[in-house]
Design a protein around this ligand. Structure first.
Ligand SMILES: Nc1ncnc2c1ncn2[C@@H]1O[C@H](COP(=O)(O)OP(=O)(O)OP(=O)(O)O)[C@@H](O)[C@H]1O
Ligand SMILES: [Mg+2]
Length: 322
C-alpha cells in the first residue's frame, strides 16, 4: 500500500532544451494529494514547458517523473491521461457545433453493445460530475452557445470524465472575467476537498495567494523556491519571480499596478511589451492608458532615472491587468 506521505507526483531534475533556450534547468517539483500547487513565474520562465513534459507533449532531455512513487514515462498525452493526469490548456480544444456532453465523451465514449455511442449514459455521467462539483452547466448546450468560462468547465469536466486525479491548469484565469475566476477557485476548492490534486499555472501574484496551498517559483527555467501560501505576500513572491532589477521596479510602482519591468538591452527608446495572447480577454485600453500614465508620470521617470531602474532603452512588460 502506498505511503500516504508519498507525493502523488514528483518531478526530479527535469531539463529541457530548445534551440538556443534552456527552458527547464534541473527542475524539481512535487504535488501532494488534495492540494493546489501553483507554478508561478514571468513569461518564458518555463512553466508550460514543465507541464507539457508531464503531460507527455514534450520529452525531457534529462530528469524523471514519479507517480505515487513509481517511475512514469509519458510519450504522449494519451499515456498521461491513462495515468490520471488531465491538462486544460490556455486554448481550448472543443468542437463548437457539438454539445457539452458530446465534447466530453468524445475521446472516451460509453458504448452500447460495444458499438454505438450510449449518449444517455454519457449525459448521465456528465450531469453527475457537473452536479457533484457544482459546475452549473447544461450537458445538452452547444459549446458555441456557452461562455468562455463555461467552456473552460467543459475542459475540466473532460479531464474528470476520463478519471483524472491530477489536474493541470495552464493560466486558467487569463480568459476569465473576475467573477468567473472566483467561481473557478470555488470549483478548485471542491475538487481538492474531494482528493484531487491541482497544478495551477499563473503569473498573477494575488490569485496565487487566493487559491494555492503551496507555490513553486520558476525564473528563467530554474526553480527558485517552493513556499507555503501561509506567510507569502505579493512582495515576497515578486522578489522571488523577478530579476533584481524588475523586483525593484515592482516595488517602486506598488502592488496596485502589479507591473514588472524586465531589463533588456533594447535600442534607444522605451518599448512597451504586451502579451498578445491575452489581449482579447483583458481590458487592454484601460491597462494601456494606465501604463502610459505611469510611463509619462514625471515623478516615476525621475525616480527610475535616479535609481537607475529603468532607462529609455529598457523593455517594460505589463504583466498584470487589474
Ligand atoms: N516549442 C518550443 N520551441 C522553442 N522554444 C520554446 C518552445 N516552447 C517554449 N520555448 C521557449 O522556452 C522558454 C520557456 O517557455 P514556456 O512557454 O515554458 O514559458 P512560460 O513560463 O509558460 O511562459 P508564459 O507565461 O509566457 O506562458 C521560452 O524561452 C520559450 O520561448
Ligand atoms: Mg506558458
Amino acid at each position: 500500500m502506498a505511503d500516504p506521505d508519498t507525493p502523488v507526483l514528483e518531478l526530479r531534475g527535469i531539463t529541457k532544451r530548445f534551440p538556443g533556450v534552456l527552458a527547464n534547468d534541473r527542475v524539481d517539483f512535487d504535488l501532494r494529494r488534495g492540494e493546489v500547487h501553483a507554478l508561478l513565474g514571468e513569461n518564458g520562465a518555463g512553466k508550460s514547458t514543465l507541464m507539457n513534459i508531464l503531460y507527455g507533449l514534450y520529452r525531457p532531455d534529462d530528469g524523471e517523473i514519479l507517480l505515487n512513487g513509481a517511475p512514469a514515462d509519458f510519450t504522449s498525452p494519451h499515456g498521461a491521461i491513462a495515468a490520471g493526469i488531465g491538462m486544460v490548456h490556455q486554448h481550448f480544444m472543443l468542437i463548437p457545433v457539438m454539445t457539452v456532453a458530446e465534447n466530453i465523451v468524445l475521446a472516451a465514449e460509453p458504448r452500447r453493445n460495444g458499438v454505438l455511442l450510449d449518449t444517455a449514459a454519457a449525459e448521465r455521467r456528465v450531469r453527475e460530475l457537473a452536479d457533484q462539483f457544482k459546475f452549473h452547466i447544461d450537458p445538452h448546450a452547444k459549446v458555441q452557445a456557452i461562455t468562455v468560462g463555461q467552456q473552460q468547465r467543459v475542459e475540466i469536466l473532460k479531464a474528470l470524465y476520463r478519471g483524472a486525479d491530477i489536474l493541470i491548469l495552464d493560466e486558467p484565469t487569463a480568459v476569465l472575467t473576475p467573477q468567473e475566476a472566483v467561481e473557478l477557485f470555488e470549483i478548485l476548492k471542491r475538487l481538492v476537498a474531494d482528493g484531487m490534486s491541482v497544478i495551477f499555472i499563473s503569473h498573477k501574484l494575488n490569485e496565487v495567494l487566493d487559491v494555492a496551498d503551496r507555490i513553486t517559483v520558476l525564473r528563467r527555467g530554474e526553480k527558485v523556491d517552493t513556499v507555503p501560501r501561509e506567510g507569502a505576500t505579493e512582495r515576497s513572491l515578486a522578489t522571488l519571480i523577478a530579476t533584481r532589477r524588475s523586483a525593484a521596479c515592482h516595488h517602486a510602482i506598488g502592488a496596485d499596478y502589479s507591473i514588472l519591468c524586465s531589463a533588456c538591452d533594447g535600442p534607444g527608446e522605451t518599448r512597451v511589451g504586451v502579451d498578445r495572447s491575452r489581449r482579447e480577454n483583458q481590458t487592454l485600453s484601460s491597462g494601456l492608458s494606465r501604463l502610459c500614465r505611469i510611463l509619462t508620470a514625471a515623478s516615476w521617470r525621475e525616480r527610475c532615472r535616479t535609481k537607475g531602474w529603468l532607462t529609455p532603452s529598457s523593455f517594460v512588460a505589463l504583466r498584470h491587468w487589474n
